[in-house]
Design a protein around this ligand. Structure first.
Ligand code: AMP
Ligand code: ZN
Length: 139
């Protein structure tokens, strides 16, 4: 289903032009308009879903399979030295476009902005860590 107010729905449907590097029945993969590095691309599902909470589980699996294939392909073509695959959910986590997308970011040793994904650390006591473990234990 398409959301009439969603720019990534329009891009994925080909209604707004984009630099498309791959397309199939489920996805369009485009170059990011404001790239963190040369070749920064976004996997856009054609079906509208806002984020990881809304995306169909099977489609989420297909996203990861495509990310794997493109990471290998792009690394070969761009001769990059490493690769980030990341996906933001909700504003507090850095999401700015509320249509699910997976970032594919080639990384280069000589780049000046490789600190972009650094974060500072929080500290928890061993007791707090045990409580957190129990809280999110998945069975
Ligand atoms: P996020 O912050 O994870 O929601 O990522 C949104 C990404 O979409 C950013 O990296 C933007 O540069 C990119 N972006 C926003 N609008 C467009 C557009 N029209 N075409 C291509 N990329 C876009
Ligand atoms: Zn959308």
């Amino acid at each position: 289903m398409k959301d009439e107010n969603c720019i990534f729905c329009k891009i994925a449907a080909g209604e707004i032009p984009s630099n498309t590097i791959y397309e199939d029945g489920d996805f369009r993969v485009i170059l990011d308009l404001n790239p963190a590095a040369k070749g920064h691309a976004l996997i856009l599902p054609k079906e509208h879903c806002a984020d990881i909470y809304e995306i169909d589980e099977e489609l989420a699996g297909k996203v990861m399979k495509l990310a794997k294939k493109l990471a290998v392909h792009m690394t070969e073509k761009l001769s990059c030295d490493g690769f980030n695959i990341l996906q933001n959910n909700h504003e507090v986590a850095g999401q700015t476009v509320f249509h699910f997308h997976m970032h594919l970011i080639p990384r280069y040793k000589e780049a000046k902005n490789n600190d972009i994904l650094m974060w500072s650390h929080e500290t928890f006591t061993p007791e707090e860590m045990a409580a957190i473990r129990d809280q999110i234990q998945y069975r």
